[in-house]
Design a binder for this molecule. Structure first.
Ligand SMILES: NC(=O)c1ccc[n+]([C@@H]2O[C@H](COP(=O)([O-])OP(=O)(O)OC[C@H]3O[C@@H](n4cnc5c(N)ncnc54)[C@H](OP(=O)(O)O)[C@@H]3O)[C@@H](O)[C@H]2O)c1
Length: 307
């Protein structure tokens, strides 16, 4: 397949790019920075310098592709607006191309499990949503994507758990903090985080792309139901010197982190039956049980960055 990828330089997008290239797919990927574009080229993608917010820089490219995989997200006060406009513009371009050549096209959107809010029972893809303020905007973007099914496209919304592996993301930040001697936990840490290994998540994107009928919502979680305290304890036990672990009271966390604090404090159990129905199975059994490997991956990523 020929795939148009946004966010290829990011945490999720770079893992997805690797999996697509490994799967023998052709990838056109946008990058904002020429140096990062060079790295995409070295990985086997065709880079295009473009900004998500400037659709005319990249929308003409969509006609020649079979699928769009959207993993980019601009972390700025305009992020939500930029995301909405990018989704609308890319879907419109795909619709136009499909109307012209009759070929159906896939659109994969990256959401997240936080839209589910606190889950009393284990949630699946049909569970009701209750997003905390931090991601209150996200269900509308999911709906925008899913509605494209009625226009001849094949839309899929992927909701990853907290991604782990390599040198980026929330779990890597905990590893970095532990190596630096102090780990801060939002609240008591008794809440469960649904998590997913970056390579496993990337494998799911490729499976969805390659399954002609795969559409709708897909959760991506390893189903280990780990409490934050277990994750942090495992990391603390793996670094050379045990770090201080400090539980930040919620009021302080809200002051420091804003709405992000509520998201980090969510207690969630999330299942991924639709992904499993595609033959997907997580290769790692959660963070705590893989911690030696994850600390090693973090160190390798730091070494590569400094080379
Ligand atoms: N990481 C997780 O644990 C996790 C879990 C669930 C859901 N998600 C969601 O998944 C999405 C991606 O997350 P991530 O962790 O991969 O984020 P990330 O590492 O920050 O990557 C963001 C990507 O978007 C690109 N980007 C940002 N603004 C852009 C713009 N204006 N034009 C073009 N590209 C732009 C970045 O490019 P540059 O390299 O140029 O900055 C980068 O490639 C987000 O919506 C996030 O909420 C993440």
């Amino acid at each position: 397949m020929h795939i148009f990828l946004t966010g290829a330089t990011g945490y999720i997008g770079s893992a997805v790019l690797d999996a697509m290239i490994k799967g023998g797919h052709r990838v056109t990927a946008i990058a904002r920075d020429p140096e990062k574009a060079e790295k995409l080229l070295a990985k086997g993608a065709t880079p295009v310098i473009a900004d998500l917010g400037l659709a005319k820089m990249y929308v003409p490219l969509l006609k020649a592709t079979d699928a769009v995989v959207h993993t980019a997200y601009e972390s700025s006060p305009c992020g939500v607006q930029v995301d909405q406009l990018a989704i609308e513009t890319m879907l419109a371009a795909q619709r136009e191309a499909t109307a012209a050549d009759g070929k159906s096209r896939a659109f994969l959107y990256t959401s997240g499990v936080w839209v589910l809010g606190r889950t009393v029972r284990a949630a699946d893809e049909d569970s009701p949503l209750d997003p905390p303020a931090h991601v209150a905007w996200r269900p509308a973007h999911e709906d925008l994507v899913l509605a494209a099914a009625s226009t001849g496209l094949r839309p899929a919304v992927i909701r990853p758990g907290v991604v782990y592996g390599g040198g980026r993301g929330i779990v890597s930040d905990l590893i970095k903090d532990a190596l630096n001697g102090i780990v801060r936990v939002v609240g008591p840490g008794k809440n469960r985080w649904p998590c997913v290994y970056d390579h496993d998540l990337a494998d799911l994107y490729v499976r969805i792309l390659e399954a002609p009928l795969a559409a709708g919502i897909f959760h991506a979680t390893d189903e280990a139901d780990e409490r934050v305290s277990e994750i942090v304890e495992a990391i603390a036990g793996q670094v050379p010197q045990r770090p201080d672990i400090r539980n930040m009271p919620m009021a302080e966390a809200r002051k420091k982190l804003g709405t992000y604090a509520e998201a980090l404090a969510l207690d969630q159990k999330v299942r991924s039956p639709k992904a499993r129905a595609l033959g997907w199975a997580p290769s790692l059994p959660g963070v705590a049980n893989s911690v030696a490997r994850l600390v090693e991956e973090y160190r390798n990523a730091q070494r590569e960055k400094n080379e």
